[in-house]
Design a protein around this ligand. Structure first.
Ligand code: GAF
Length: 380
């Protein structure tokens, strides 16, 4: 078992206190799963392509015990408790928890009722995977309590099933894989086709660099139609080319439909950028990936059309203030951007990003320094 992250322990202790207050009993264990940043490789996951996430030191923590019926408690806001005998039809935040239990049962890992108290500091709606963190914390908790040893790649698929089939968001497997498989200090190069993966050291400090996360505070949502529309475009483009997924499109392929052509171009060039990023990072040259990050943003903005005025403002302002590279991260349409910057330039980049947003009447972004944290683990 990896050493629990200290911050994860704090969050889990708060979850445990909420468990005691709500249910008047002790939890049988505490688990935590992180949110993520995707360094590069965006919208490639559902095209069976390459992604490169790292875990953020923000966690969803779960205090859990077996019980007679399902009881879900969240510390969010003023706190909320949902009780149900049946797993079907649970909505809102509790739907992510019920969905995971449902998906475990549907995947041949029976889990009985449980009491679950959750406490999370993964920013909500910031495109940093708050829902996957919840799913993954609950998944590893229920699997442990009910005695199932589930390979982490399979666990990611089960959590994705919960999100796709129970919650109804047509997402790929990036976020759940990141939460379950990332390791501290590394960025994970993952092939979404077969789950082959490599943990690539990501030592920003050694080069005097920091990675800023810029939460634009423009809410991002997966269940809205645009994410599904991009996915449908990719499936249609693959169908027209006669390949199973766009990852398999032949070099130099073109489609008559101009929009589908641009969608395809993004996927193919993005997969190439991930491979280049891996090669550069393996040479121990983090500052060398800046242009690839920026090129990824341009492709997401122009070819894939998933950026937003807030994200473009953050990226342009960061680059204008000296960032080595910057891009939106995650699904887009709001949410967060990342900027790779020299440590000394971080204050000026942060100030520029905030000033640019305020000048355009956009919400004031929240900027913080990211570090590659531990993946999902049992805390106690
Ligand atoms: C969201 C989805 F949940 C992921 O599966 C992935 O497609 C990402 O957008 C874009 O890379 O986070």
């Amino acid at each position: 078992m990896p050493t629990p992250d200290l911050h994860a322990i704090e969050l889990a202790e708060t979850a445990a206190a909420a468990f005691r207050d709500t249910f008047g009993a002790e939890p049988e264990g505490l688990w935590a799963a992180p949110g993520r940043v995707n360094l590069i490789g965006e919208h490639t996951d559902y095209n069976e392509g390459f992604v490169m996430p790292f875990a953020l030191p923000f966690y969803a923590a779960a205090a859990v015990a077996k019980a007679e019926t399902w009881e879900f408690h969240s510390t969010y806001g003023d706190g909320d408790t949902v009780r149900t005998d049946a797993l079907e039809g649970v909505e809102g935040w509790a739907g992510y928890l019920a969905g995971v239990a449902w998906a475990l049962n549907a995947s041949g890992y029976p889990v009985g009722p449980a009491r679950i108290a959750i406490n999370s500091d993964v920013p909500h709606g910031a495109g940093l995977s708050s829902s996957a963190a919840l799913e993954c914390a609950v998944l590893i908790a229920l699997a442990d309590l009910y005695g199932h040893e589930i390979d982490r790649a399979e666990a990611a698929r089960i959590a994705q099933k919960a999100e796709n089939e129970y919650v109804g968001a047509p997402t790929g497997v990036l976020d759940q894989s990141a939460s379950l498989l990332c390791t501290e200090g590394n960025v994970m190069f993952l092939d979404c086709r077969d789950f082959s993966r490599e943990q690539v050291p990501f030592d920003l400090a050694a080069e005097g660099l920091v990675m800023l996360v810029i939460d634009t505070r423009a809410p991002h949502r997966h269940v809205d139609g645009e994410y599904g529309a991009r996915r449908a475009d990719c499936e249609e483009a693959a169908r027209r080319l006669g390949v199973p997924f766009l990852r398999d499109a032949p070099r130099g392929a073109t489609l008559e439909d101009e929009r589908l052509n641009r969608r395809m171009r993004h996927i193919l060039t993005e997969n190439d950028r991930v491979l280049e990023t891996v090669a550069i990072l393996k040479k121990g040259n983090v500052s060398g990936i800046g242009d690839l990050l920026t090129a990824s943003h341009v492709s997401l903005r122009d070819d894939y059309e998933v950026s937003s005025v807030e994200l473009d403002s953050a990226v342009d302002a960061a680059l204008g203030a000296g960032a080595l590279g910057a891009r939106m991260t995650g699904g887009g349409f709001g949410g967060s951007a990342i900027a790779l910057v020299e440590k000394d330039a971080a204050p000026q980049v942060e100030a520029a990003v905030i000033e640019a947003a305020e000048k355009q009447g956009l919400p004031t972004p929240r900027v913080f320094v990211a570090r590659a944290a531990a993946g999902a683990h049992r805390v106690a």
